[in-house]
Design a protein around this ligand. Structure first.
Ligand SMILES: Cc1cc2nc3c(=O)[nH]c(=O)nc-3n(C[C@H](O)[C@H](O)[C@H](O)COP(=O)(O)OP(=O)(O)OC[C@H]3O[C@@H](n4cnc5c(N)ncnc54)[C@H](O)[C@@H]3O)c2cc1C
Length: 453
């Protein structure tokens, strides 16, 4: 048996490795010159740092398990500081311990810097009520938090965090799609804060809900690529079409047309739809995925004042605060010790992200200047010396898990299950994020084992 994997991001690399281990002859096509997709590095100020994903969730096991399998456990690092801040109408305040912007403890004194006494009392009263047994399973994250904690928690804590991480308004996304198992956990613990706390505590790590890798997340990609024994790896090769034939599948690039028994699309929904021919049912499901763009601006700046990390590891910006266009700022050289040590005092790496609800309103040419102005405002220091910068546009990179998303995933899975030798994984189909991508790539074997209808 042979297989062609299309897409050399994390999902495609995992798929190629898995199929080769099962004894298949595997070819992997990646359109870019380098592998990793949204996990990518670039040289800034002479140091290769992440310009896409920079960390992974430890509230679930998948990423740490893979890292251990690749012998990278010693490279795992906790952030030097995980004191993210919020910029809301209440000013800049530290983000209370939370799960995706859902506070874990409504008696946390940190809440008093963001909410009034009355708003905290309302949240406590609402979340102390019996958890409803007849909750709509498609309830949005915004509605669920509003129901259990009130509007102020939604506006000032949940919204900036969800906008920062998923680039979307929490009133547009399904709670269960963004945090699978959340409603069941609310029922078990009796409250939303209890559920958030139990997810956070599940990692066993007291501090941050994320970890990174020394040298950046490309360390993971480099290890995976090195572990692709027997895989015929082809970068800089865009697949232009995938169609079914009488004896399997045909995969076309600009210069070859190959027959294969199995084909794996490890691509975003729009990229998968662009290549897949003659599969109306699958393409109809792929078309319903709502995806959006984000832009990341990395700046290397000189400022001794930033040595004190005035906003901790970074800031998530409330969308109502229009004085700043960025949706989030990460003070990367304060957050990760290896970056701080490599740059030394007085030199800092700042990352800002742009694009709300999938739309980047700023022109890419203007973004470095805009980012510098936003950074000055957020950090409260003048930054005349920007010594390096890079703008990266990540097109169709984040799936907005809107109401109906899980139903659409099921429709896609059913349509794929009817096609022998076809699997579709990757880029948000199993959820945004490294852990979700790893988990979903594990459905690969089941998908390929499908029988023809
Ligand atoms: C800016 C940004 C920051 C993020 N930060 C985090 C984070 O901190 N933590 C976290 O857990 N997650 C984060 N994520 C999400 C995480 O990076 C992704 O969920 C994950 O990397 C997706 O991997 P993938 O392989 O499924 O998709 P991708 O990485 O999108 O890979 C798809 C690959 O397919 C290739 N391709 C596309 N079309 C073709 C074609 N026709 N032929 C051949 N190849 C093709 C692309 O070039 C790409 O390499 C972030 C994402 C972005 C965009």
């Amino acid at each position: 048996m042979n297989a062609i994997v299309i897409g050399g991001g994390l999902s495609g690399l995992l798929a190629a490795r898995e199929l080769a281990r099962r004894g298949m002859q595997v070819t992997l096509f990646e359109s870019a010159r380098t592998f990793g997709g949204a996990i990518a590095g670039a040289e800034l100020g002479g140091v290769t740092t992440d310009i896409g994903a920079e960390a992974f969730a430890i509230t679930r096991p998948e990423a740490l398990e893979l890292i251990a399998e690749l012998g990278l456990t010693n490279e795992v690092i906790a952030p030097a500081r995980s004191d993210a801040h919020l910029w809301t109408e209440a000013g800049i305040a530290e983000l209370p311990r939370s799960l995706m912007g859902i506070p874990c403890d409504l008696a946390d004194p940190a809440l008093a810097k963001i909410l009034s006494e009355k708003e905290i009392a309302t949240a406590q009263k609402l979340d102390a009520k019996d958890f409803p047994s007849d909750l709509d399973p498609e309830i949005t994250l915004g509605e669920l938090v509003r129901l259990r904690m009130g509007e102020a928690v939604v506006r000032r804590i949940l919204t900036p965090v969800v906008a920062g991480v998923h680039a979307v308004d929490p009133d547009l996304v399904e709670a269960e799609a963004v945090i699978p198992g959340l409603i069941a956990r609310c029922r078990e613990t009796g409250s939303l804060a209890g559920a958030a706390d139990s997810f956070r505590s599940a990692s066993g790590a007291p501090g941050s809900a994320i970890n990174g890798l020394r040298g950046g997340m490309t360390t993971l990609i480099n290890a995976l690529v090195a572990d692709l024994e027997g895989v015929n790896v082809k970068s800089n090769r865009t697949v232009t079409a995938v169609r079914k034939s009488k004896t399997g599948w045909i995969v076309e690039t600009a210069d070859v047309s190959l027959r294969t028994d199995n084909v794996v699309l490890a691509l975003s929904a729009p990229a998968a739809r662009r290549v897949l021919r003659g599969q109306d049912r699958i393409n109809a499901a792929l078309e319903k995925f709502s995806v959006g763009d984000v832009a990341v601006v990395s700046l290397v700046v000189q400022s001794a004042k930033l040595d004190k990390a005035p906003v901790g590891s970074g800031v998530l910006v409330d969308p109502d605060q229009t004085a700043v266009r960025a949706k989030a700022l990460t003070h990367a050289s304060a957050k990760w010790d290896w970056i701080k040590e490599t740059f030394g005092p007085g030199t800092h790496l700042i990352r800002l992200s742009y694009g709300r609800n999938g739309i980047i309103e700023e022109s890419l040419d203007e973004l470095p200047d805009q980012a510098r102005r936003d950074a000055e405002r957020i950090l409260g220091v003048k930054l005349p010396k920007v010594t390096d910068s890079k703008v990266t546009r990540w097109a169709d990179s984040l799936v907005h898990q809107r109401v109906g998303h899980r139903q659409n995933v099921r429709a896609l899975q059913e349509a794929v299950a009817a096609q022998d030798g076809l699997a579709i994984i990757g880029a948000g189909i199993g959820g945004n994020g490294i852990a979700g991508s790893i988990a979903y790539s594990r459905t690969l074997a089941d998908q390929l084992g499908a029988t023809d209808s």
